[in-house]
Design a protein around this ligand. Structure first.
Ligand code: C6P
Length: 405
Protein backbone atom coordinates (compact mmCIF):
# COMPACT_ATOMS: atom_id res chain seq x y z
CA UNK A 1 0.00 0.00 0.00
CA UNK A 2 1.17 3.54 -0.78
CA UNK A 3 0.11 6.25 1.65
CA UNK A 4 0.61 9.96 1.13
CA UNK A 5 0.64 11.84 4.42
CA UNK A 6 2.40 15.02 3.31
CA UNK A 7 -0.62 17.06 2.29
CA UNK A 8 0.72 20.20 3.96
CA UNK A 9 3.57 20.14 1.42
CA UNK A 10 1.24 19.66 -1.53
CA UNK A 11 -1.86 17.70 -2.44
CA UNK A 12 -3.08 15.51 -5.26
CA UNK A 13 -4.87 17.58 -7.88
CA UNK A 14 -8.48 16.36 -7.66
CA UNK A 15 -9.39 14.58 -10.95
CA UNK A 16 -12.56 16.71 -11.03
CA UNK A 17 -10.33 19.79 -11.05
CA UNK A 18 -8.23 18.40 -13.92
CA UNK A 19 -11.44 17.71 -15.82
CA UNK A 20 -12.62 21.29 -15.35
CA UNK A 21 -9.27 22.62 -16.61
CA UNK A 22 -8.76 20.42 -19.67
CA UNK A 23 -10.96 22.27 -22.22
CA UNK A 24 -8.98 25.45 -21.61
CA UNK A 25 -5.67 24.14 -22.94
CA UNK A 26 -6.34 23.10 -26.54
CA UNK A 27 -9.97 24.05 -27.18
CA UNK A 28 -10.83 27.33 -25.49
CA UNK A 29 -7.28 28.63 -25.50
CA UNK A 30 -7.98 32.26 -26.39
CA UNK A 31 -6.50 35.12 -24.43
CA UNK A 32 -9.36 36.48 -22.29
CA UNK A 33 -8.21 40.04 -23.08
CA UNK A 34 -8.63 39.50 -26.83
CA UNK A 35 -11.71 41.02 -28.40
CA UNK A 36 -12.59 38.10 -30.68
CA UNK A 37 -14.73 35.16 -29.69
CA UNK A 38 -11.70 32.94 -28.96
CA UNK A 39 -10.98 35.29 -26.11
CA UNK A 40 -14.48 36.08 -25.00
CA UNK A 41 -15.54 32.41 -24.99
CA UNK A 42 -13.38 31.95 -21.88
CA UNK A 43 -15.27 34.64 -19.97
CA UNK A 44 -18.18 32.60 -18.54
CA UNK A 45 -15.87 29.94 -17.07
CA UNK A 46 -13.49 32.62 -15.76
CA UNK A 47 -16.38 34.52 -14.14
CA UNK A 48 -17.57 31.28 -12.59
CA UNK A 49 -14.09 30.62 -11.15
CA UNK A 50 -13.88 34.15 -9.79
CA UNK A 51 -17.26 33.70 -8.10
CA UNK A 52 -16.18 30.35 -6.66
CA UNK A 53 -13.07 32.03 -5.25
CA UNK A 54 -14.98 34.93 -3.65
CA UNK A 55 -17.52 32.55 -2.19
CA UNK A 56 -14.93 30.16 -0.71
CA UNK A 57 -13.42 32.86 1.51
CA UNK A 58 -16.59 34.99 1.75
CA UNK A 59 -14.99 38.05 0.19
CA UNK A 60 -17.33 40.97 -0.51
CA UNK A 61 -17.90 42.63 -3.88
CA UNK A 62 -15.83 45.62 -2.72
CA UNK A 63 -12.82 43.41 -2.13
CA UNK A 64 -10.32 42.40 -4.76
CA UNK A 65 -8.82 38.98 -5.35
CA UNK A 66 -5.77 38.97 -7.60
CA UNK A 67 -4.49 35.72 -9.09
CA UNK A 68 -0.77 35.13 -8.64
CA UNK A 69 1.53 32.21 -9.38
CA UNK A 70 1.57 30.95 -5.78
CA UNK A 71 1.48 32.06 -2.16
CA UNK A 72 5.20 32.80 -2.23
CA UNK A 73 4.47 35.48 -4.82
CA UNK A 74 1.50 36.81 -2.82
CA UNK A 75 3.58 36.99 0.36
CA UNK A 76 6.46 38.74 -1.42
CA UNK A 77 4.07 41.15 -3.04
CA UNK A 78 2.44 42.29 0.19
CA UNK A 79 5.66 42.74 2.12
CA UNK A 80 7.61 44.43 -0.66
CA UNK A 81 4.76 46.71 -1.65
CA UNK A 82 3.98 47.75 1.90
CA UNK A 83 7.66 48.64 2.13
CA UNK A 84 7.45 50.69 -1.08
CA UNK A 85 4.14 52.37 -0.15
CA UNK A 86 4.64 52.99 3.56
CA UNK A 87 8.39 53.01 4.22
CA UNK A 88 10.01 54.39 1.05
CA UNK A 89 7.04 56.63 0.27
CA UNK A 90 5.69 57.07 3.81
CA UNK A 91 6.75 57.57 7.39
CA UNK A 92 6.65 54.00 8.75
CA UNK A 93 9.65 51.70 9.18
CA UNK A 94 8.48 48.66 11.12
CA UNK A 95 6.93 45.26 10.36
CA UNK A 96 5.68 42.79 12.97
CA UNK A 97 5.76 39.08 12.09
CA UNK A 98 6.48 35.80 13.87
CA UNK A 99 9.37 33.38 14.28
CA UNK A 100 7.36 30.54 12.76
CA UNK A 101 6.31 31.99 9.41
CA UNK A 102 7.05 30.21 6.15
CA UNK A 103 10.39 31.17 4.50
CA UNK A 104 8.49 33.20 1.87
CA UNK A 105 7.72 35.64 4.69
CA UNK A 106 10.91 35.25 6.73
CA UNK A 107 13.31 35.59 3.79
CA UNK A 108 11.43 38.61 2.46
CA UNK A 109 11.65 40.17 5.93
CA UNK A 110 15.41 39.51 6.00
CA UNK A 111 15.69 41.23 2.61
CA UNK A 112 13.70 44.20 3.92
CA UNK A 113 15.90 44.40 7.02
CA UNK A 114 18.87 44.80 4.67
CA UNK A 115 17.00 47.77 3.17
CA UNK A 116 16.70 49.32 6.63
CA UNK A 117 13.24 48.14 7.70
CA UNK A 118 12.90 47.13 11.35
CA UNK A 119 11.28 43.73 11.77
CA UNK A 120 10.00 42.20 15.00
CA UNK A 121 9.79 38.38 14.99
CA UNK A 122 7.24 37.45 17.64
CA UNK A 123 7.69 34.29 19.69
CA UNK A 124 5.00 31.62 20.00
CA UNK A 125 3.78 29.98 23.21
CA UNK A 126 4.47 26.34 24.10
CA UNK A 127 1.49 25.33 21.96
CA UNK A 128 3.07 27.03 18.93
CA UNK A 129 0.44 29.79 18.94
CA UNK A 130 1.06 33.53 18.49
CA UNK A 131 -0.86 35.29 21.26
CA UNK A 132 -2.89 38.37 20.36
CA UNK A 133 -1.65 40.39 23.35
CA UNK A 134 1.94 39.78 22.22
CA UNK A 135 1.10 41.23 18.82
CA UNK A 136 -0.54 44.23 20.49
CA UNK A 137 2.45 44.96 22.71
CA UNK A 138 4.85 45.24 19.77
CA UNK A 139 2.83 47.55 17.52
CA UNK A 140 4.17 51.11 17.54
CA UNK A 141 3.15 54.21 15.61
CA UNK A 142 5.91 53.31 13.14
CA UNK A 143 4.42 49.89 12.38
CA UNK A 144 3.28 49.60 8.77
CA UNK A 145 2.20 45.97 8.74
CA UNK A 146 1.49 42.93 10.91
CA UNK A 147 1.90 39.58 9.15
CA UNK A 148 0.83 36.46 11.06
CA UNK A 149 0.03 33.12 9.44
CA UNK A 150 -3.54 31.84 9.91
CA UNK A 151 -2.46 28.25 10.53
CA UNK A 152 0.99 26.72 10.78
CA UNK A 153 2.22 24.40 8.04
CA UNK A 154 4.39 22.59 10.58
CA UNK A 155 2.05 22.09 13.53
CA UNK A 156 -1.37 22.93 12.10
CA UNK A 157 -1.90 25.26 15.05
CA UNK A 158 -4.44 28.01 14.38
CA UNK A 159 -3.59 31.56 15.43
CA UNK A 160 -6.21 33.95 16.89
CA UNK A 161 -6.66 35.76 13.58
CA UNK A 162 -9.93 37.40 14.55
CA UNK A 163 -8.44 38.98 17.69
CA UNK A 164 -5.25 40.03 15.90
CA UNK A 165 -7.38 41.55 13.13
CA UNK A 166 -9.35 43.59 15.66
CA UNK A 167 -6.15 44.85 17.27
CA UNK A 168 -4.71 45.92 13.91
CA UNK A 169 -7.94 47.63 12.92
CA UNK A 170 -8.07 49.51 16.23
CA UNK A 171 -4.42 50.57 15.89
CA UNK A 172 -4.77 51.50 12.22
CA UNK A 173 -2.11 49.02 11.12
CA UNK A 174 -2.38 46.89 7.98
CA UNK A 175 -2.85 43.18 8.64
CA UNK A 176 -1.69 40.40 6.33
CA UNK A 177 -2.21 36.72 6.99
CA UNK A 178 -0.61 33.82 5.15
CA UNK A 179 -3.71 31.70 4.71
CA UNK A 180 -2.03 28.85 2.82
CA UNK A 181 -2.75 26.22 5.46
CA UNK A 182 -6.18 27.57 6.38
CA UNK A 183 -8.00 28.10 3.07
CA UNK A 184 -9.78 24.88 2.11
CA UNK A 185 -8.93 23.24 5.45
CA UNK A 186 -10.92 25.30 7.96
CA UNK A 187 -13.66 27.90 7.47
CA UNK A 188 -12.25 31.23 6.29
CA UNK A 189 -14.83 34.04 6.42
CA UNK A 190 -13.37 37.41 5.48
CA UNK A 191 -16.53 39.23 6.45
CA UNK A 192 -16.25 37.85 9.97
CA UNK A 193 -12.55 38.58 10.50
CA UNK A 194 -10.74 41.81 9.68
CA UNK A 195 -7.88 40.98 7.33
CA UNK A 196 -6.40 43.45 4.84
CA UNK A 197 -4.46 40.89 2.80
CA UNK A 198 -4.65 37.10 2.63
CA UNK A 199 -2.39 34.79 0.59
CA UNK A 200 -3.35 31.34 -0.67
CA UNK A 201 -2.01 28.61 -2.99
CA UNK A 202 -4.19 26.18 -4.97
CA UNK A 203 -1.99 23.10 -4.67
CA UNK A 204 -2.63 22.98 -0.93
CA UNK A 205 -6.33 22.25 -1.47
CA UNK A 206 -6.26 19.75 -4.36
CA UNK A 207 -5.86 22.38 -7.07
CA UNK A 208 -2.95 22.65 -9.51
CA UNK A 209 0.54 23.91 -8.67
CA UNK A 210 1.56 27.31 -10.03
CA UNK A 211 -1.55 29.30 -9.16
CA UNK A 212 -2.53 31.19 -6.04
CA UNK A 213 -4.02 34.47 -5.03
CA UNK A 214 -3.99 37.54 -2.89
CA UNK A 215 -7.17 38.86 -1.30
CA UNK A 216 -7.16 42.65 -0.88
CA UNK A 217 -9.76 44.14 1.45
CA UNK A 218 -11.82 47.02 0.02
CA UNK A 219 -9.63 46.87 -3.10
CA UNK A 220 -7.17 49.15 -1.32
CA UNK A 221 -3.99 50.32 -3.01
CA UNK A 222 -0.93 48.14 -3.13
CA UNK A 223 1.93 48.88 -5.52
CA UNK A 224 2.08 46.23 -8.23
CA UNK A 225 4.99 43.81 -8.18
CA UNK A 226 4.53 42.83 -11.83
CA UNK A 227 4.40 45.74 -14.26
CA UNK A 228 3.29 45.11 -17.81
CA UNK A 229 0.13 44.64 -19.84
CA UNK A 230 -2.20 45.94 -17.16
CA UNK A 231 -4.07 42.67 -16.63
CA UNK A 232 -6.00 42.31 -13.37
CA UNK A 233 -6.65 46.03 -13.30
CA UNK A 234 -2.91 46.73 -13.50
CA UNK A 235 -2.32 45.01 -10.18
CA UNK A 236 -0.62 41.94 -11.60
CA UNK A 237 0.33 42.00 -15.25
CA UNK A 238 0.82 38.88 -17.32
CA UNK A 239 -1.66 36.92 -19.48
CA UNK A 240 -4.25 35.28 -17.24
CA UNK A 241 -3.58 31.61 -16.56
CA UNK A 242 -7.09 30.63 -17.60
CA UNK A 243 -7.02 26.84 -17.05
CA UNK A 244 -5.35 27.21 -13.66
CA UNK A 245 -7.70 29.95 -12.46
CA UNK A 246 -10.61 27.70 -13.45
CA UNK A 247 -8.96 24.76 -11.69
CA UNK A 248 -8.40 26.76 -8.53
CA UNK A 249 -12.03 27.91 -8.51
CA UNK A 250 -13.24 24.34 -8.84
CA UNK A 251 -10.80 23.16 -6.15
CA UNK A 252 -12.04 25.86 -3.78
CA UNK A 253 -15.63 24.92 -4.42
CA UNK A 254 -14.93 21.24 -3.75
CA UNK A 255 -12.90 22.02 -0.62
CA UNK A 256 -15.37 24.40 0.95
CA UNK A 257 -18.85 23.28 -0.11
CA UNK A 258 -19.28 20.88 2.86
CA UNK A 259 -16.28 21.98 4.87
CA UNK A 260 -17.65 21.14 8.33
CA UNK A 261 -18.53 17.62 7.25
CA UNK A 262 -15.22 17.11 5.44
CA UNK A 263 -13.31 18.45 8.43
CA UNK A 264 -15.12 16.07 10.79
CA UNK A 265 -14.21 13.08 8.61
CA UNK A 266 -10.55 14.04 8.34
CA UNK A 267 -10.40 14.90 12.04
CA UNK A 268 -11.78 11.47 13.02
CA UNK A 269 -9.01 9.74 11.03
CA UNK A 270 -6.35 12.12 12.30
CA UNK A 271 -7.42 11.62 15.92
CA UNK A 272 -7.47 7.84 15.56
CA UNK A 273 -3.96 7.92 14.09
CA UNK A 274 -2.72 10.31 16.75
CA UNK A 275 -4.22 8.30 19.63
CA UNK A 276 -2.66 5.11 18.32
CA UNK A 277 0.80 6.68 17.91
CA UNK A 278 0.63 8.26 21.35
CA UNK A 279 0.39 4.74 22.82
CA UNK A 280 4.11 4.51 22.08
CA UNK A 281 6.24 5.43 25.10
CA UNK A 282 7.98 8.82 25.33
CA UNK A 283 5.98 10.32 22.52
CA UNK A 284 4.16 13.64 22.31
CA UNK A 285 2.35 15.72 19.76
CA UNK A 286 2.60 19.50 19.50
CA UNK A 287 -0.42 21.63 20.32
CA UNK A 288 -3.97 21.05 21.49
CA UNK A 289 -5.72 19.20 18.67
CA UNK A 290 -8.93 21.20 19.06
CA UNK A 291 -7.04 24.29 17.96
CA UNK A 292 -5.32 22.63 15.02
CA UNK A 293 -6.20 22.19 11.37
CA UNK A 294 -8.00 18.84 11.38
CA UNK A 295 -5.47 17.11 9.12
CA UNK A 296 -2.16 17.75 10.90
CA UNK A 297 0.00 15.96 13.48
CA UNK A 298 3.51 16.99 14.51
CA UNK A 299 4.76 14.10 16.61
CA UNK A 300 8.00 13.68 18.50
CA UNK A 301 9.30 10.23 19.38
CA UNK A 302 12.05 10.45 21.93
CA UNK A 303 15.28 8.85 20.76
CA UNK A 304 14.13 8.48 17.16
CA UNK A 305 15.74 10.86 14.73
CA UNK A 306 13.21 12.31 12.30
CA UNK A 307 15.32 11.67 9.20
CA UNK A 308 15.75 8.00 10.10
CA UNK A 309 12.04 7.70 10.69
CA UNK A 310 11.23 9.27 7.31
CA UNK A 311 13.57 6.86 5.62
CA UNK A 312 11.90 3.90 7.31
CA UNK A 313 8.42 5.22 6.48
CA UNK A 314 9.51 5.77 2.90
CA UNK A 315 10.63 2.14 2.71
CA UNK A 316 7.06 1.28 3.65
CA UNK A 317 5.82 3.59 0.87
CA UNK A 318 4.54 6.16 3.34
CA UNK A 319 5.24 9.79 2.48
CA UNK A 320 5.65 12.06 5.52
CA UNK A 321 8.05 14.86 6.40
CA UNK A 322 10.10 16.24 9.25
CA UNK A 323 8.62 19.69 8.71
CA UNK A 324 8.12 21.96 5.78
CA UNK A 325 9.16 20.45 2.44
CA UNK A 326 11.35 23.39 1.55
CA UNK A 327 13.47 22.92 4.69
CA UNK A 328 13.82 19.17 4.36
CA UNK A 329 16.87 19.24 2.09
CA UNK A 330 19.04 20.18 5.03
CA UNK A 331 19.22 18.23 8.25
CA UNK A 332 18.65 21.11 10.59
CA UNK A 333 16.41 20.93 13.63
CA UNK A 334 12.73 21.77 13.16
CA UNK A 335 12.59 25.52 13.71
CA UNK A 336 9.03 25.45 14.99
CA UNK A 337 9.92 22.87 17.60
CA UNK A 338 12.85 25.08 18.66
CA UNK A 339 10.46 28.06 18.81
CA UNK A 340 8.11 26.22 21.18
CA UNK A 341 11.04 25.50 23.46
CA UNK A 342 12.20 22.00 22.46
CA UNK A 343 15.92 21.42 22.91
CA UNK A 344 18.06 20.67 19.87
CA UNK A 345 17.90 16.91 20.30
CA UNK A 346 14.12 16.87 20.61
CA UNK A 347 13.78 19.23 17.66
CA UNK A 348 15.39 16.54 15.50
CA UNK A 349 12.63 14.07 16.33
CA UNK A 350 9.65 15.83 14.77
CA UNK A 351 7.59 13.99 12.15
CA UNK A 352 4.78 15.82 10.36
CA UNK A 353 1.86 13.72 9.21
CA UNK A 354 -0.76 15.57 7.19
CA UNK A 355 -3.90 13.89 5.92
CA UNK A 356 -6.41 14.92 3.27
CA UNK A 357 -10.00 14.19 2.34
CA UNK A 358 -8.65 11.35 0.19
CA UNK A 359 -6.98 9.57 3.15
CA UNK A 360 -8.79 6.29 3.89
CA UNK A 361 -9.30 4.29 7.09
CA UNK A 362 -7.35 1.40 5.60
CA UNK A 363 -4.41 3.76 5.00
CA UNK A 364 -4.58 4.94 8.59
CA UNK A 365 -4.51 1.32 9.81
CA UNK A 366 -1.50 0.57 7.64
CA UNK A 367 0.37 3.67 8.85
CA UNK A 368 -0.31 2.84 12.50
CA UNK A 369 1.16 -0.62 12.16
CA UNK A 370 4.14 0.40 10.02
CA UNK A 371 4.91 3.40 12.24
CA UNK A 372 4.94 1.34 15.43
CA UNK A 373 7.26 -1.24 13.90
CA UNK A 374 9.51 1.50 12.57
CA UNK A 375 9.85 3.05 16.00
CA UNK A 376 10.73 -0.34 17.50
CA UNK A 377 13.34 -0.89 14.77
CA UNK A 378 14.88 2.55 15.15
CA UNK A 379 14.86 2.51 18.94
CA UNK A 380 16.57 -0.88 18.71
CA UNK A 381 19.20 0.67 16.46
CA UNK A 382 19.73 3.77 18.54
CA UNK A 383 20.01 1.86 21.83
CA UNK A 384 22.71 -0.33 20.31
CA UNK A 385 24.39 2.89 19.12
CA UNK A 386 24.28 4.19 22.66
CA UNK A 387 25.92 1.05 24.03
CA UNK A 388 28.85 0.98 21.61
CA UNK A 389 31.32 3.56 20.55
CA UNK A 390 30.49 4.68 16.99
CA UNK A 391 31.25 1.73 14.76
CA UNK A 392 31.87 1.54 11.08
CA UNK A 393 28.38 0.08 10.74
CA UNK A 394 26.97 3.10 12.46
CA UNK A 395 28.76 5.43 10.10
CA UNK A 396 27.51 3.54 7.09
CA UNK A 397 23.98 3.82 8.40
CA UNK A 398 24.39 7.60 8.82
CA UNK A 399 25.82 7.95 5.31
CA UNK A 400 22.90 6.12 3.81
CA UNK A 401 20.46 8.40 5.54
CA UNK A 402 22.28 11.46 4.32
CA UNK A 403 22.65 10.02 0.88
CA UNK A 404 18.89 9.49 0.77
CA UNK A 405 18.49 13.26 0.88
N1 C6P B 1 4.62 25.01 2.48
C1 C6P B 1 5.35 22.84 3.34
O1 C6P B 1 5.84 21.72 3.21
P1 C6P B 1 3.92 28.01 -2.43
O2 C6P B 1 5.11 27.12 -2.49
O3 C6P B 1 4.23 29.40 -2.85
O4 C6P B 1 2.74 27.42 -3.10
O5 C6P B 1 3.49 28.06 -0.87
C2 C6P B 1 4.41 28.55 0.06
C3 C6P B 1 3.88 28.46 1.46
C4 C6P B 1 3.54 29.64 2.09
N2 C6P B 1 3.02 29.64 3.32
C5 C6P B 1 2.81 28.50 3.99
C6 C6P B 1 2.22 28.54 5.36
C7 C6P B 1 3.15 27.27 3.41
O6 C6P B 1 2.92 26.15 4.08
C8 C6P B 1 3.73 27.25 2.13
C9 C6P B 1 4.20 25.97 1.52
C10 C6P B 1 5.10 23.70 2.12
O7 C6P B 1 5.02 23.27 4.44
C11 C6P B 1 6.29 23.72 1.23
S1 C6P B 1 7.68 24.52 1.96
Amino acid sequence: MQVYLDNNATTMCDPKVVEAMLPFFSEQYGNPNSLHKFGSSTHPALMNAINQTYKAINASDNDDIVFTSCATESNNWVLQSVWIDHVLNGDKNHIVTTEVEHPSILSTCKFLEEQGVKVTYLPVNEEGVVEAHTVKSFITDKTALVSVMWASNETGMINPIKEIGEICKEKGVLFHTDGVQAVGKIPVDLQDVHVDFLSFSAHKFHGPKGIGGLYIKDSQELSPLMHGGEQMGGRRSGTLNVPYIIGMGKALELATENIEETMAKIRAKRDRLEDALLELSDTFTVGNRDNRTPNTILISIKGVEGEGMLWDLNNGEIGASTGSACASEDLEANTVMLAIGADNELAHTGIRLSLSRFTTDAEVDYVISHFKNAVARLRGISSSFAKQAPTKGGEVQECELHHHH
